[in-house]
Design a binder for this molecule. Structure first.
Ligand code: FAD
Length: 478
């Protein structure tokens, strides 16, 4: 690497240091490449670490504690109302973020990855110009674009600092606990943050334009969550759209319209707009390269993460598909391996997804809805948690585990879980699908008792006709 006249040459420039970008940089460095990682933030981590996965889960961990103390009343434990010190909560959240971010800086240093602060913009297919940086220009042999995504604003309204109309980023700052919070959008970000604020004491209303919460998730998985949310939130309005928002000194007046055209004015202290995310491609100068975008401005890639420009790859949210951190990380590693000349591709059968609500929902592989849409025959084996000893001991018997099996060859093609610790349970499903496991493999692998993991084995046992805690189908029918 030669640095001079504020210019720098590097073999691989990674633009954006979120989980896609830093994974690409680290893997490439491990494979012997000279790597430079640029981001406006001084430390790696991206949206996931600073305003996404990690701060939301520190908050949701506390929400879970709070909700657990309430559920515990039905089991004989009566807590007094907790005192919430928001300043301490914020400090704890920051401590978690700092510890992770500092760890990533150390990992970068030890690998010899050069971290540069700045905003990159392409001048051509081998050069970027940096703004807000000590370095003016970087010339590269290869570049990986990992610039992620940003929250979509409500049409006609950007997000302003200090505004009562927030994106998830501002909501996660936890500046206050609004007495009345409107969440626009019934996707996972809206429901997770709605849960967080409701547990902390806000009266939460959700409005969703579509006819369901968590579009794309099987309806049966959503049903137990919906029942719980009906108790936790003040209201959930489906097929309802926000028509106007007037922000005043004391709050936001919102007009909503239901499916019949009926208008209603509601008043909130804060509004969270969680209606989706858009790719960070607009200001990258991609017109100076051969990179192509799709109709929604995501970068088009092949399964080796290569764009239409030979020297440029793209990974993570900016490359579209499922916008989750673990997908970004895998793509980052694949991009690095391909650039280093290894045989590698994004060859993943099951991308797991988790919604960290109470109860949690997790799924991987085929969903029932997708199977039906694509005409793929599946045998759906459901094990209700009311038959699970562990679920009963936790007061979590409203959950269930389902395993989707190819009826022809007995292979597991999908798994869905709703209930406590769905986040941990789904990993077995991922491994099963990746390994081409049969339902029999899952059923005959010994699962420890009493654990929720047994519900996966029990669901698989239904398929092979030998369940223990539920009657086999033919016995049940007669
Ligand atoms: C509230 C919330 C909760 C979430 N929870 C989860 C979860 O629990 N699990 C999960 O898997 N995913 C979760 N996600 C999604 C996850 O955060 C993203 O999928 C993930 O961060 C994408 O990683 P990435 O590397 O593609 O980009 P990002 O993490 O978005 O990072 C992109 C980086 O690029 C930088 N950048 C942008 N433009 C430039 C430029 N021109 N020059 C240099 N740098 C630039 C940005 O500053 C940023 O640091 C959540 C998201 C949100 C908003």
């Amino acid at each position: 690497m030669v640095m001079g006249d504020m210019e720098l040459n590097t073999e691989l420039l990674v633009i954006g240091s979120g989980p896609g970008g830093y994974a690409a940089a680290f893997r490439a460095a491990d494979l012997g490449l000279d790597v430079t990682l640029v981001d406006p933030r001084p430390r790696p981590g991206g949206v996931c670490l600073f305003e996404g996965c990690i701060p939301s889960k520190t908050g949701l961990h506390l929400a879970e504690l709070l909700l657990d103390t309430r559920h515990a009343a039905s089991q004989g434990l009566h807590f007094t109302e907790p005192r919430i010190d928001l300043a301490e909560v914020r400090a704890w959240k920051q401590q978690v973020i700092d510890s992770m971010a500092d760890g990533l800086v150390q990992l970068a240093r030890k690998r010899g990855v050069q971290l540069i602060q700045g905003i990159a913009r392409f001048e051509d297919s081998t050069t970027v110009r940096l703004e807000h940086s000590e370095i003016r220009r970087v010339r590269f042999r290869h570049a990986v674009i990992a610039t992620g995504s940003r929250p979509l604003a409500y049409p006609g309204r950007g997000f302003r600092p200090g505004s009562r109309i927030m994106s998830s980023s501002e909501a996660l700052m936890l500046n206050d606990i609004p007495a009345r919070l409107l969440v626009i959008g019934g996707g996972y970000v809206g429901l997770e943050l709605g849960t967080l604020y409701a547990a902390f004491g806000s009266k939460v209303q959700v409005v969703e334009m579509g006819d369901r919460l968590l579009a794309g998730v099987d309806l049966d998985l959503v049903a137990p969550l919906r029942r719980r949310l009906d108790g936790l939130f003040e209201s959930i309005s489906l097929r309802t759209r926000v028509t106007t928002m007037q922000e005043g000194e004391n709050g936001v007046e919102v007009q909503v319209q239901d499916e019949n055209g009926g208008l209603e004015n509601r008043f909130f202290d804060r509004v969270l707009v969680a209606i989706g995310r858009q790719a960070n491609t607009a200001d990258l100068g991609l017109n100076k390269t051969a990179v192509r975008l799709d109709s929604r401005s995501f970068i088009q890639i092949n399964d080796q993460q290569q764009t239409a420009d030979r020297s440029i790859s793209a990974v993570g949210d900016v490359a579209g598909g499922i916008m989750l951190a673990h997908k970004a990380t895998r793509e980052g590693r694949v991009a690095a391996e391909v650039i280093a000349g290894e045989k590698s591709s994004f060859d993943v059968r099951a991308i797991p997804a988790v919604v960290y609500t109470d109860p949690q929902i997790a799924w991987c592989g085929l969903t029932e809805e997708l199977a039906e849409k694509d005409g793929v025959p599946v045998a759906v084996q459901k094990f209700p948690w009311k038959y699970s000893g562990r679920a009963q001991t936790m007061g979590a018997s409203d959950g269930f585990t389902k395993v989707l099996v190819n009826p022809e060859d007995g292979r597991i093609v999908g798994v869905g879980v709703v209930g406590r610790n769905a986040e941990g349970l789904i990993a077995e499903g991922v491994l099963a699908i990746e390994m081409g496991a049969l339902a029999e493999d899952m059923a005959l692998s010994l699962h420890p008792h009493p654990t929720l993991s047994e519900t996966e084995a029990e669901a698989a046992e239904i398929f092979i006709g030998s369940p223990t805690h539920i009657l086999p189908k033919k016995i049940g029918k007669s």
